[in-house]
Design a protein around this ligand. Sequence first.
Ligand code: PEP
Ligand code: MG
Length: 325
Amino acid sequence: AQHAYATLRDKPATSRDGVTLSLHMNAGLMADLPSLPKCGAVGVGLFRTELQFLIRTTVPKRTDLAALYAHILDSAGTKPVIFRTLDIGSDKVLPYMKRGEEPNPALGWRAIRVGLDRPGILRMQVQALLRGSKGRPLHLMFPFVAEYTEFEAARELVLREAARERELGHVPPASLRIGAMLETPSLAYAPDKFFELADFISIGGNDLKQFFFAADRENEKVRRRYDTLSVSFLTFLEEIVARCAAHGTPLSFCGEDAGRPVEALAFAIVGFRNLSMRPASIGPVKALLRQVEIAELRALFDETRAEGHRSFRPALEGWLEERGF
Ligand code: PEP
Ligand code: MG
């Protein structure tokens, strides 16, 4: 099967009726980068930066981080890399950071909340990213933004650091694009100015889904209880697509579901055109997409919703099975 997908590598991710998706890969280690040319991804849609912090017993040094980020960008060549700033707390705990016990860590002091309350580490990481870019384009995004003002504050922190780096004589990035991860339902209903200010938005579907259904992604008893293809969740995603489209804000989906071919198809049906996934998923997602007509499946989704079904899965999988996919 790997071989069959290899022949697809340089073919476009385009459906039979001409809907083209940009397929990006997720990464978190330097060791992931060799997959980029091999899997046919157009870039790294999510680089999770916490691993470098989690594998140590002390805070990493800025110079080491800057060298690592430069190395990642060197390896990616002309393909863009979106770095997500540190996402700690909840399931990702730093041994050297003091934090109290929390009754509900997933709803607790994590990600950008920590970054804004204790900006020392975030500032250091942003400096390392700016230096590591060495005059190349830099894309960064903040995890777990729940309110517009959090994005605004984090963005201003980055702009301040960029100005300071310039004063210090460091080469600025060729361009700086600052985005937000949409991982809490609240951000989907942020004021218009959020959608205007964000250079791009990336849905962290793993978290968004757990908060949409109030079902812990770590809890085996409930984590599979609610379907990603439920009509309610797809309708919610469709609303986010519409808000982003109204403001011209680029949108992508980067949770694990993006790498499941049937789910990826459903996201294309509700309007997503950018997905980011594990490198090994690019081939299977592309292979399925190339065999279908999105407009036809869109009609199937509208029909399923109008008929009041709970999930789009039986209709979509039935349709695929009938055609031998
Ligand atoms: C997500 O929540 O979907 C996501 C991409 O981030 P993580 O899985 O690292 O929380
Ligand atoms: Mg997340």
